[in-house]
Write a protein that binds this ligand. Structure first.
Ligand code: DC
Length: 221
């Protein structure tokens, strides 16, 4: 059977990372986490003491990085210039820096070709903000995963220790505004994407719903 190209977009804490990974595992497809690439740029920018709002400085960093992904004991490892950054990119400071550097067209252009190369040939689930609209506009199946702001804040609050629910809700609101409001490749549902609202649903239910859509697409393909 032909292997599909599946694009999953959605806002922060919509559950898209977990869902995309589980769908890829079930189908035996590759999983590409494009947010991890923006996070890696954010990490390097912070380490270099560059202001994430500096378009020239952040673009130079993005252009200099070499990315690799591999699976290790069921976990996706993100390798940048031979350094495993998988753990270092998973915190709020790096997430905020990723969202800030992702505003710059030069940064996006630097990552685009790598993302397209990773998606070429099918048998891949790629998640992010602009996969269905910009990176893989001819993907076989496009899903837009969403959930209410309150639900996303509740989920993130349950994962993180040390922050109040109100603080997390405020950070998510700011992140949504920055990701949806930027001029280049903003977070937006593609016209031909199917919207899946995960509010009130477990991860298992959402994975099942997405796999059912994959089956329909395969039968119809
Ligand atoms: O999915 P995430 O939270 O790991 O992504 C971190 C940031 O990276 C997100 O706030 C915006 C940016 N991003 C993007 O602009 N385009 C993508 N395809 C993926 C992520």
């Amino acid at each position: 059977m032909r292997e599909l190209t599946i694009a999953i977009d959605g806002p922060a804490s919509s559950g898209k990372g977990t869902v995309a990974r589980r769908v890829a595992e079930t189908l035996g497809y590759a999983y590409v986490d494009t947010g991890a690439m923006y996070r890696a740029v954010g990490l390097r920018v912070l380490r270099a003491g560059i202001d994430p709002r500096d378009a020239t400085g952040t673009t130079a960093v993005a252009e200099s990085l070499h990315f690799g992904f591999d699976w290790h004991k069921g976990q996706l490892r993100v390798i940048v210039d031979r350094e495993d950054v998988s753990a270092a990119i998973r915190n709020e400071a790096v997430g905020a820096a990723a969202s800030a550097v992702a505003v710059h067209p030069g940064v996006r252009a630097a990552l685009l070709q790598t993302q397209r190369d990773l998606g070429a040939g099918g048998g891949v689930v790629m998640d992010g903000r602009d996969i269905g609209t910009v990176v893989l506009p001819s993907a076989d199946l496009k899903i837009f995963l969403d959930a209410s702001l309150d639900e996303r804040a509740r989920r993130r609050h349950a994962e993180l220790s040390g922050s109040t629910y109100e603080a997390i809700r405020g950070e998510l609101t700011a992140r949504d505004a920055q990701d949806s409001g930027r001029a280049t490749a903003p977070l937006r549902q593609a016209d031909d994407a199917l919207r899946v609202d995960t509010t009130g649903h477990t991860i298992d239910e959402v994975v099942g719903a997405v796999l059912a859509l994959v089956e329909q697409r395969r039968v119809g393909a």
